[in-house]
Design a protein around this ligand. Structure first.
Ligand SMILES: NC(=O)N[C@@H](CC(=O)O)C(=O)O
Ligand SMILES: [Zn+2]
Ligand SMILES: [Zn+2]
Length: 366
């Protein structure tokens, strides 16, 4: 019998951690072999808080790619209490920075330098972002340790996000890696079209039982932490509904194996090499017809960018996920390591030749 095949416009990853140094060189090719563009997260040590840091990081990413790659990193700035409106203006003018990321201080990996008081410290910057149409990307969890970890997204919506959208409705906001029905309801409730959300493969495929199934599973630990089954069902319904407010953001977040399998393990799931097949699996159970809008059309539409010209073909052919990939001075374990998954990427046809890409880069340098 012929395998089930599906060709879609080449996708982008609207939430990706590429890290830096030799870690960058090992993970970047995994994303670049499937995705055309990615919104690159700025939570390095030290964080990417200025345009000049973002441009230097962009150069390091381009150097880490295979020579024939046409992958385009879309850079972001890390918002702090001290970010200035002039930095925002410069970033927008550069054409290389596509968003600004809000990490509430202490919420997740490398967020120590994040924002301590959004309304008290950041309003002029947020107003400038609204004026220059630069989206705010949010890690939507409160950091108050007295709030139950499973409620931190909902409390963030109630105390920060909802008031922010009321104060500044013109600001474009992406709620990153949403995990709850509450987040879906919030995104649906905003009618301006200025609020959207990314959804990861793990939050669509797993509920919180996965973290404890047969023993503690560090490779299923990320932030926001996996939630109850009814929240997962709400996410599936949202992404397969045909709404243009949801798009692909893997949150692929590599940490060395020994940093995950430790007495105090890091948060973050590495999914870049398997993400697209995993999304196909989720959509197949509902409707594959809605996959392309989620993976390839809604994101560019929200960011005001053209859809890609290339095509990716997925095929329903099972393959076994490698147990590890080399990373930094050790290895990184991907989600579903050693397990067989049902879909694979058969081919990628790039819609652009490398000459076109070269010109684009040269024009960005001047
Ligand atoms: N998602 C995670 O659990 N970790 C991310 C940070 C983030 O996206 O919150 C990381 O950088 O490791
Ligand atoms: Zn996050
Ligand atoms: Zn992330």
């Amino acid at each position: 019998m012929e395998s089930l095949r599906l060709s879609i416009v080449q996708p982008d990853d609207w939430h990706l951690h590429l890290r830096d140094g030799n870690g960058l060189a090992s993970v970047a090719p995994h994303s670049a072999s499937v995705f055309k563009r990615a919104i690159v997260m700025p939570n390095l040590k030290p964080p990417i808080t200025t345009l000049s840091q973002a441009l230097a990081y962009r150069e390091r990413i381009l150097k880490a790619l295979p020579p024939d790659s046409t992958f385009t990193p879309l850079m972001t700035l890390y918002l702090t209490d001290d970010t200035t409106t002039s930095e925002i203006k410069l970033a927008k003018k550069s054409g290389a920075v596509f968003a600004v990321k809000l990490y509430p201080a202490g919420a997740t990996t490398n967020s120590q330098a994040g924002v301590t008081d959004l309304f008290g410290k950041c309003m002029p910057v947020l107003e400038e972002m609204a004026r220059s149409s630069l989206p705010l990307l949010v890690h939507g969890e409160v950091v108050d340790t007295s709030v139950d970890i499973f409620d931190r997204e909902k409390v963030f919506i109630d105390t920060i996000l909802s008031p922010l959208v009321t104060k500044l409705p013109e600001l474009k906001v992406v709620m990153e890696h949403i995990t709850t029905r509450d987040a879906v309801e919030f995104v649906e409730s905003v009618t301006s079209g200025n609020v959207a959300a990314t959804v990861t493969p793990q939050h669509l495929l797993l509920n919180r039982n996965a973290i404890f199934q047969g023993g503690l599973q560090p490779h299923f630990y990320c932030l926001p932490v996996l939630k109850r089954e009814h929240h997962r069902q709400a996410l599936i319904k949202a992404v397969t509904s045909g709404s243009n407010k949801y798009f692909l953001g893997t949150d692929s977040a590599p940490h060395e194996k020994r940093a995950k399998e430790a007495s105090c393990g890091c948060a973050g799931i590495y999914s870049a090499p398997v993400a697209l097949p995993l999304y196909a699996q989720v959509f197949e159970e509902a409707t594959l017809d809605m996959l392309e809008a989620f993976t390839s059309l809604n994101g560019p539409n929200f960011y005001g960018l053209p859809a890609n010209k290339g095509t990716v073909t997925l095929v329903k052919t099972p393959w076994c996920v490698p147990t590890a990939y080399s990373f930094e001075s050790g290895t990184v374990v991907p989600i579903f390591a050693g397990k067989t998954i049902q879909w694979s990427v058969e081919s990628v046809i790039n819609g652009e030749d490398s000459c076109e890409k070269k010109n684009e880069l040269e024009s960005l340098r001047v």
